[in-house]
Design a binder for this molecule. Structure first.
Ligand code: SF4
Length: 353
C-alpha cells in the first residue's frame, strides 16, 4: 500500500463488538447508524463484507482499504478476528483490496495481536485514545490509562503500522488546559493522523443520564470549535494530518442528540475560524504597509467567507478591510493567502503561518 495516496475506505461496522463495557459517551448504534451486534437487517458483518467487496471492479485497487469500525477489534477473540479478516482475504489475494484498517482500544495491543493483524493484511490501526489525562479517562469510564495509550502508539509504530489517534473534546472533567496538554503529548508521539470529535450527549448513553442529573455539562458549540481549532493548528504545525473533525451526520444522530456541540459541518466551522484568525492577525500586522489586496485561495472561498459571510463582516467591523480588496485566486493552494503588494520592508507578503 502506498501511504502517500489517500486510501478509498470501505467501512464495516462491528457495533460495540469486543468492547469490555460502555464508555459513558458512547452509543455506536446512533453514531454509525448500525444496530444490533454488527449485523444490518439480520445480515452478518462477514456477509456484508463478502457481498460489498464482490461488487468491486478493478478501479484503483492500490488504494482500496477495508475498515472495521465501531467496536474494539483487538478485544475480540482471535477466532472472531480471523473470521472478519479472513472474509477480506480473497479480495486481497485477487488484488482488489490493498489493505485493512481497524479501530481498537489502547489497552488491547500486544505482540500476539499485532502478529495476527500484520499477517492478515492490516496496515493501519486507529486507537481510541480520547484523552491523555487519567482523571478524564476515569470519569469517562474508559477503563484504560494514559500510559496504555503512549505504549500502544509506540509499540504499533515500532512494528511498522500506520497509527491514528482519536481525541475527544469536552469529556467529563476536561477543560482547555487538560485538552491542550493531552494534544501536545499525542503530537509528541508522532501518530500518522488524528481524528477530533466533540463530545455529544447521545440518547441511550450513560452521559445522557449524567446530563439529566446535572452532573455533566456539555461544551458549547463555540467552545468546542475554539478547542478543536487550537488542536488542528497544533497538529498542522507538526505535520500530523487531521483527517476528521466532528461526527459524520449518520441517520438517527440528530434524532438521538440530547445535548452538546453538534453541527453538521463542524469541521468547516473550525477551518473557517482558524483561517479568520490567521488573516486577522496578518491584516493587523500589515495595517500600515499600504496593502491593497487580500488574496485567498479560491478553494477556501466558502471557508473564508463563513456562514452568511460572517468572517467578512467581522473583518469589516474591525476596520481591517478598509481600502483592501478581497480576491479569490486559483493559483493559491488550500490554506494559503497573500496580502499585497509588499510589506514595510518591501517583501511580498504571503501566507503567514
Ligand atoms: S468508545 Fe470504543 S471502547 Fe468505548 S464503548 Fe464505544 S466503541 Fe466501545
Amino acid at each position: 500500500m502506498d501511504f502517500k495516496l489517500k486510501p478509498i475506505i470501505i467501512p464495516f461496522f462491528i457495533s460495540h463488538e469486543g468492547c469490555p463495557h460502555r464508555c459513558v459517551f458512547c452509543n455506536q448504534q446512533v453514531i454509525t447508524g448500525v444496530s444490533g451486534t454488527g449485523g444490518l437487517s439480520g445480515v452478518t458483518v462477514v456477509d456484508q463484507v463478502r457481498s460489498r467487496l464482490a461488487e468491486l471492479n478493478e478501479v484503483s485497487p492500490a488504494r482500496i482499504q477495508v475498515a472495521f469500525y465501531g467496536g474494539s477489534f483487538t478485544c475480540l477473540s482471535f477466532e472472531r478476528q480471523r473470521e472478519l479478516l479472513g472474509a477480506v482475504r480473497p479480495f486481497m489475494d485477487s488484488g482488489q483490496v490493498a489493505s485493512i484498517r481497524i479501530s481498537t482500544r489502547p489497552d488491547a495491543i500486544d505482540q500476539a495481536r499485532m502478529d495476527l493483524l500484520a499477517k492478515s493484511g492490516v496496515t493501519t490501526v486507529e486507537l481510541g485514545i480520547q484523552s491523555l489525562d487519567d482523571q478524564v479517562l476515569a470519569e469517562s469510564g474508559r477503563g484504560h490509562t494514559t500510559a496504555d495509550s503512549i505504549k500502544a502508539v509506540r509499540t504499533l509504530k515500532d512494528a511498522g503500522f500506520q497509527v491514528g489517534g482519536q481525541l475527544m473534546i469536552g469529556l467529563p472533567g476536561e477543560g482547555f488546559a487538560r485538552l491542550y496538554r493531552g494534544a501536545r503529548q499525542l503530537a509528541d508521539l508522532r501518530p500518522d493522523f488524528v481524528r477530533l470529535y466533540p463530545v455529544l450527549v447521545l440518547g441511550g448513553s450513560r452521559l445522557a443520564v449524567l446530563y439529566r442529573e446535572q452532573r455533566y455539562r456539555p461544551w458549547s458549540l463555540v467552545r468546542a470549535v475554539i478547542g478543536c481549532g487550537w488542536l488542528k493548528q497544533l497538529f498542522d504545525a507538526q505535520g500530523i494530518r487531521v483527517i476528521r473533525m466532528g461526527l459524520q451526520a449518520a441517520s438517527g444522530l440528530e434524532d438521538e442528540l440530547v445535548a452538546g456541540p453538534y453541527h453538521p459541518a463542524f469541521g468547516e466551522l473550525v477551518l473557517s475560524r482558524n483561517l479568520l484568525k490567521r488573516v486577522r492577525i496578518a491584516l493587523r500586522r500589515y495595517r500600515n504597509s499600504g496593502a491593497k489586496t487580500l488574496a485567498i485561495a479560491a478553494c477556501d472561498e466558502s471557508v473564508f467567507r463563513g456562514a452568511d459571510n460572517i468572517n467578512l463582516l467581522r473583518l469589516r467591523r474591525l476596520g481591517l478591510l478598509e481600502g483592501v480588496e478581497v480576491v479569490f485566486r486559483q493559483d493559491l493552494t488550500r490554506n494559503q493567502f497573500m496580502i499585497s503588494p509588499v510589506d514595510e520592508r518591501g517583501y511580498p507578503i504571503s501566507s503567514p503561518p
